[in-house]
Design a protein around this ligand. Sequence first.
Ligand code: SF4
Length: 459
Amino acid sequence: MENPLSAKVIKSRLPTLKEKSRRYFIKTYGCQMNVADSEKLAGILDAAGYLPAESAGSADLLLINTCVVRQHAEDRAAWYITSAKGLKRERPHLKIGICGCLVTQPGRDLKKQFPHVDIFIAPNQPEKLKEFISSSTKASLWSPFSILDGEGKKRPSPRSGEGGPRAKRVEGEGLTKYLTIMQGCDNFCSYCIVPYVRGRETSRPIDEIIEEFKKLDFNHIKEIYLLGQNVNSYQYGFANLLRTIEINVGVGEYLPWIRFMTSHPRDMSDEIINAVAESHNVCEFFHLPIQHGDDEILKKMNRGYTIDYYRKLVDRIRARIPGASITSDVIVGFPGETDDQFRRTLYIIEEIGFDAVNTLAYSVRPATAASKLSDDVPQKVKDERLQEVMQVVEEVALVQNQKLVGTTQAVLVEGVSGRTRTNKIVKFVSPRNDLLGRVASVKITFARSWALEGEISDG
Ligand code: SF4
């Protein structure tokens, strides 16, 4: 009979490596900037030996990356944080962190509102997570298992295939990599809370961005989004950055497509348009939030351009890059918006012929200049205007998409669907598993407002 205390027996009774691993789950609200921030946090946890969890219910650390750009987004995040209290009741060792813009929102006492939360991490403070996990480990606050395994070796990386089923580190993770090139915003659009919660603009040096590019695994990453609140005002020259990326990373069909977001129309220069036109990898896709169709409202929004300027900008892009897609954002129900002013938004959407538009009803954000204006458009009117503008956007997008029927487009295959360089979704009539992550030629056979259908003609 085996000695009940032999090393072999003790070892067999110890939790397996998989059981010992602490797991994290990151719930992300909001824009791609938040997705990029969540990836950064996931990277810190990966490096510390944590593994991604399949769900919040199986995590030891739950991070909730919040967005407060609109009241609705803020409410959803607050609801999720509150309901996480139940998870903690079931699993008392669970640690909960709030990240993102809610943390820096002026006038909030989050500790009082959410006493079950263990850590608060502002958008530009990922190092706070490092400190938190290292102090938790030292103090053994968390679980009986150390970061190192029993033999003093580092745990295998979660990407090595060991350590259990591969959960997504961050929702939305796939062929796309979000790469932040700048943070914050100096524009202070009157309705927007971003400068208050993300701070003033700071740009990452070009060298640092190129280094990060070079480390990416282009066998898996097929599309890169360069992100910033206003990439056009990137401190070292956005056109310069686009050209430098292409020179340093090279060009070719096996390298990723590059997209960027968001552009402020006022700062979209001919130099940037030319850099896109002359690039092999940068896609012909411009997200240019117009926000409104009336000059007086644009002025009250502090947007810094007129409708005539915007119209000419679109003409310049289309003249230089025929077939470029142009998408936008609009807000309805801004304080004082009359019916005539609202109709101007409808007209400009039709006139420009946007490929897609995100539509929002105005909601007051604390601390902003517009919060001092009377929010005098009744909710019912806002809702009606929102419905109307969405209808127009749908019709206009359909007209744009129908122009592509019969053409052959390069499409990045993501599964049963893919996306064109102009960022249009294409559903495949006969999907092909062997083409995942590759660019295929696809003949467009049918158009809807939000997606195209097509047949793969070759891979
Ligand atoms: Fe907000 Fe305006 Fe800055 Fe965009 S440009 S993040 S809308 S302040």
